[in-house]
Ligand binder design. Sequence first.
Ligand code: AKG
Ligand code: FE2
Length: 205
Amino acid sequence: MHRQGLLLDADASALSALAPRRTPLTLGAWVDVQPGWVTGSDAVFDDLLAAVDWRADRRPMYDRVVDVPRLTRHYAEGQALPHCLIEDARVALSRHYAAELGEPFVTVGMCLYRDGRDSVAWHGDRDGRSSTVDTVVAILSLGSPRVLALRRRDGGPTLHRFAVGHGDLLVMGGSCQRTWDHAVPKTSAAVGPRISIQFRVRGVR
Ligand SMILES: O=C(O)CCC(=O)C(=O)O
Ligand SMILES: [Fe+2]
């Protein structure tokens, strides 16, 4: 039976043309945002939720060991990624930022925020070279939107809040990891789960 493309595509996921809009921050940092970069992203969300071997980490805090308030999975350079759209996104991002970044995105980190109690505290991605040189960290968000907040590390007044989910792209660049911190705050609002997919260059975590 002949089926129309429109029907076939109705629940297919796809990357749209990459054309993010840049917001300059202070101190040479910037944020690029492209809402709905991935269309039909909820299907990818469902696939990842089911297929990824999500890990519940614990870490020492003062004299105790506490649960990390989110599930995670990290893919090192060259490791097979759990969805072809993530590999396509990695390639598209590497091409788009090639001139500015000078190297490709090679690692993929993923976080699953199960509900509003899951979060990530204020931090910069400063493990490795990013503690001393500019880098770019690209984040693809799937599922329910959560706020990704940014504030100056030196205590300056500026605070930016971006609600990201359902295929939105947010990219932090320039000095952002060194001069700014980011967080996904806990929320008492009734929110569904969100998956964050972070693309980084070699030697940045
Ligand atoms: O949930 C997010 O998009 C942020 C995750 C994050 O900051 C990190 O894994 O370093
Ligand atoms: Fe981070």
